[in-house]
Design a protein. Sequence first.
Lengths: 260, 291
Amino acid sequence: MMTNALALAGVVVREMYRRKDFYVLLILTVIITLAMGAVNFFNDDKIVRYLKELCLLLIWISTLVMAITSAARQLPTERENRTIFPLLAKPISRGEVIFGKFLGCWFACGMALLVFYLFFSVLSGVRENIWPISLYFQALWLHWMMLGIVTAMVIFGSLVFAAPSSNATICFVVTFGILMMGRHLNKVALGMAEPTSTIVYTLYYNIPHLEIYDVRDLIVHNQPPVEWGWWALATPYAAAYIAFFLVAAWWVFKRKSLSA
Amino acid sequence: MKNPGLILVGLMVIAFSLITAISPQQQAWAEQSGRGQTLIARFMGGSREMFANQIFSKGDAYMHSGYYPTIFDSKKLHAPKEGESGGDHSAHKHDENGRCLTGEGETDILGKPLDWIDSFSRHFYITKHSHLEKGQEREMLPWLKLAAEMDPTQVDIYTVAAFWLRTSVGKPKEAEDFLREGLRHNPNHPELLLELGKVYLESYKDVDRARNVWELAKMRWYKVEAPKNENADTLMLEQIVARLADMEYKAGNYTNALVNYQLLRQLSPVPKVIDEHVKKTQEMIDAQGKK
């Protein structure tokens, strides 16, 4: 299974790097960050945290755009171009197609993340003269895990929703909603009357808490790294949600007519 | 297309003619819409004021190293502890500008974790309260600058930025420039003048300019704030007069100091403390008279 999935993932990665999305997003991030870095605030060139915050925000937006848009078009494009038929005519199962597509998108995002974080660490190190490599590594890993959950969710969405555009839009809204509100849903639920309180609390327990993987504030405010034990626990939490979405996608894909 | 050069010259003539026609109108439009306005002001118009408070809060969040309450947190940072009166700020220490100092008041804005997800997620964001120090306060300045661009009528933004610029960051010139920018938007505002006087006295040791600025601040207070009667900001006048009185005493101008101490006695919630200053100043005047 793994060989087929990896072969398919390699095709997806090559396809993604042939497209210009990553380069455009990287260049935009670099230009905006450098332009903002050139702004003079009270003749003080030691001010750097606003720049770190902006750069990390751009990296998060760019990688989310990459992950969602690329994962959303994988299966619909194969069906639209009818290339799904020769693909499935090979000795490859539908589960391997799902897994391969997921791995391809996820690996491509991981490679893009490496380049983005390299730029960020150089920028931050040059301006601030500190190199918290362990925190950067933790942030990159957690970011990649979060993108894994999002990618798996989008692949599942691409089998449920009619068009890639609607899937991408819904996934953007859900992802940003969780990132902004996920941490506070329990507090919101406590202030509500029944049965709304139980509904919101159930939602709180069931959604993937993507905000856990956002450690930008720790980097911006030069805080110590996350304790390694807790950091490691975030990985199986992400793996559980990735597995859930991929199994759900496989289950839907198995029952789906491809000719439609 | 026999002679493209001629067409090119023709187009240049048309472009030149258009510039001469459009340029005066464009200048008139620029004057109407407010010359000297920043790009943000031009693009965002009136809506920018809505964002100014948010950005100012962002600067405050930086001051607390990212440990800052959200709208979902019931507790506020530095709110009075349980059993402590809400208005009793004398219960904890303050800096010279009346700001609460580190470690005092309510600092546990998160409370106990509500569930295992809450408990787990707290390992991934800032849960310890600390303040920027040793010049790192400079990190909040870009947000204050941006907030001032958004809403130039918010005087607090200028005074807070100027305070950090002249104290921790050690840039009195930039503090003065920023306050003057504030004064351009809020002409002769007493609070801005009070802060400007501090720059002159504490950073430049320029007693004369500090006196002039504070006298103007006092005068402006009576013109702007006094008519508000009960709503007048008497604390501001108290600060202006206290600064003036102390400065005059240290400069040896005891008569001026006495006038200001007597005024301060009427304004202060603790007149007994001021009585001691009045008495001491009177003794200095008497001693001068004997000489």
